[in-house]
Design a protein around this ligand. Sequence first.
Ligand SMILES: NC(=O)c1ccc[n+]([C@@H]2O[C@H](COP(=O)([O-])OP(=O)(O)OC[C@H]3O[C@@H](n4cnc5c(N)ncnc54)[C@H](O)[C@@H]3O)[C@@H](O)[C@H]2O)c1
Ligand SMILES: Nc1nc(=O)c(N)c(NC[C@H](O)[C@H](O)[C@H](O)COP(=O)(O)O)[nH]1
Length: 220
Amino acid sequence: MEKKPYVISNVGMTLDGKLATINNDSRISCEEDLIRVHKIRANVDGIMVGIGTVLKDDPRLTVHKIKSDRNPVRIVVDSKLRVPLNARVLNKDAKTIIATTEDSDEEKEKKIKILEDMGIEIVRCGRGKVDLKKLMEILYDKGIKSILLEGGGTLNWGMFKEGLVDEVSVYIAPKIFGGKDAPTYVDGEGFKTVDECVKLELKNFYRLGEGIVLEFKVKK
Ligand SMILES: NC(=O)c1ccc[n+]([C@@H]2O[C@H](COP(=O)([O-])OP(=O)(O)OC[C@H]3O[C@@H](n4cnc5c(N)ncnc54)[C@H](O)[C@@H]3O)[C@@H](O)[C@H]2O)c1
Ligand SMILES: Nc1nc(=O)c(N)c(NC[C@H](O)[C@H](O)[C@H](O)COP(=O)(O)O)[nH]1
């Protein structure tokens, strides 16, 4: 696909690949790592998360840990439009785009109208779940040429499966959460064979705070 933003996937995960505990405690990154993430945020056009992350963490998705005179556009992928009207991602600190499906019912249309009246832009693509390839084209046409993908595991799977991620950076905290139901970096159905899996090329690694940062390019 030619017309798509450059996508950097970032997470803070435990040594066992978890993004949160089974009780959804997601405090993984150390302060130094959060500053690293905010430096990336300050240099991209958009920050994207799935609705699961908004419902569980209520992130602001702004640059607030370092000085910056701009905030990227916040993009929430939300098939069923579950976003709470008091979510911090809907505040006035930055522009927000909610990506949802073309599926329609009276209640959804009502909520779209309320969100639009709040100044939120609604983008509709796909049926059943958001068509991520189409979404990337739409965002590119809106001038969003780079995106920081901040999870969670379900959206990460969708983006990797569609071949939409270009670069990966992960912070590995020296912690082990365990739990087969705890969210991991990439969840979803998973690839069935090694031939199909996403292949990466290690570009850089360094110690940061108590953990380590790994940076990869996705092999195309
Ligand atoms: N440690 C970290 O770096 C980090 C970062 C982000 C999230 N998290 C954690 O991840 C968890 C949330 O992850 P999650 O997996 O529940 O939710 P998620 O944030 O991945 O959102 C999933 C939602 O994305 C939407 N979606 C629409 N179209 C899709 C498509 N084509 N493919 C995939 N998803 C699509 C669906 O509405 C789906 O419910 C929370 O526990 C949060 O704390 C941790
Ligand atoms: N890099 C990273 N390390 C973590 O330990 C963690 N829990 C997240 N979680 C992703 C989540 O979407 C938000 O990045 C945070 O919840 C921060 O929220 P802010 O946007 O700064 O309000 N991200």
